[in-house]
Design a protein around this ligand. Sequence first.
Ligand SMILES: Nc1nc2c(ncn2[C@@H]2O[C@H](COP(=O)(O)OP(=O)(O)OP(=O)(O)O)[C@@H](O)[C@H]2O)c(=O)[nH]1
Length: 333
Amino acid sequence: MHIYDNYQSASALSKETLTFLTEHSIAPSPINYSVIYHYLGQRNSELTAEIDFQLTQKNALDGVLLDDLFVKFLSNSDNIENNLLQPFEQTLSQTLDKIDDQAQSEEVILANLAKADHALSDDVLHKPLKNIVHFLIGTISNAQKQHQKLSDELAKTSEEVTLLKTKLKESREEAVHDALTGLLNRRGCDDKLQALDIKGRHSSLVIDIDDFKKINDTFGHQVGDKVIQRVAKIIKSSVSEADLATRYGGEEFLIVTPDQSLTQARALAEQIRLSVADLKLIQRKSNTFLPPITISVGIAEMADDNSWPSFFQRADQALYQAKSAGKNCCINA
Ligand SMILES: Nc1nc2c(ncn2[C@@H]2O[C@H](COP(=O)(O)OP(=O)(O)OP(=O)(O)O)[C@@H](O)[C@H]2O)c(=O)[nH]1
């Protein structure tokens, strides 16, 4: 969705939005601003209809209603940063710059008026002029205070926008990462796959922890979770930045190694397998060692006619063979 067409129209719409908010005594928070920005720009007919209805029925808008409308129509996180926060931040910074310019010219005027006041004697003839100068000094000083107040409020709003951007970034990260291990989740993996050229020479590894049910049954689910975390840690430290390391299911992981041959992927699989087999884990509660943890790995290299699912399916079939071959081993598709 296009929120603005060019700098001038966006700028005009921003000014209109701030004026509207002031006229309706609504705080210029990012959420209120963005709802009204959409309303005045007529970007969403349902949103426009709801606000028009409120205005004609009650002749009033409040923050709670605007919050609701924001959630209902605008809180699509993909749009928020690019289409709302950035233009809002730009407008804020331009407004702050203008207030700064204004403050500087007020300083100059005040200095000139002070000079004029000084130059005028206490002579009765100068009194009317002196009164005018004093009146102007008072008026401009008041305006200066008001501008300072507005500038402080806008600076606070600007901090709020920065906080909102951080939270958005965090929630985007959360949405594509697995909470237990910090690896990519399926959605994160799918997102990253879209950026890869499917025609490239990629390899994939499907990794599954062996006899994991037994670990859960013997030591409990929490210990099972710890084992998943330790295996994930080994995976994370073994892959490169370019690799897509994903927790694909409960105790199953998928690694996609872009631009890597089957031989290279096999070497990575063996390295991970040996590191996992070397793990020495103790259950603190009972002070007993867990039996050795092992993994099985299926590896495939992208074939010409493969789609992503068929590519992973081939690695998955190789994993199945590794399980049938006695586990704790790697098998190529
Ligand atoms: N602790 C823990 N267990 C999980 C999680 N997700 C799945 N599981 C358990 O993982 C176990 C997987 O068991 P199976 O699919 O039978 O596999 P397995 O015991 O590893 O057997 P093989 O694959 O043949 O080696 C099940 O008992 C699930 O309940 C999780 O997030 N945490």
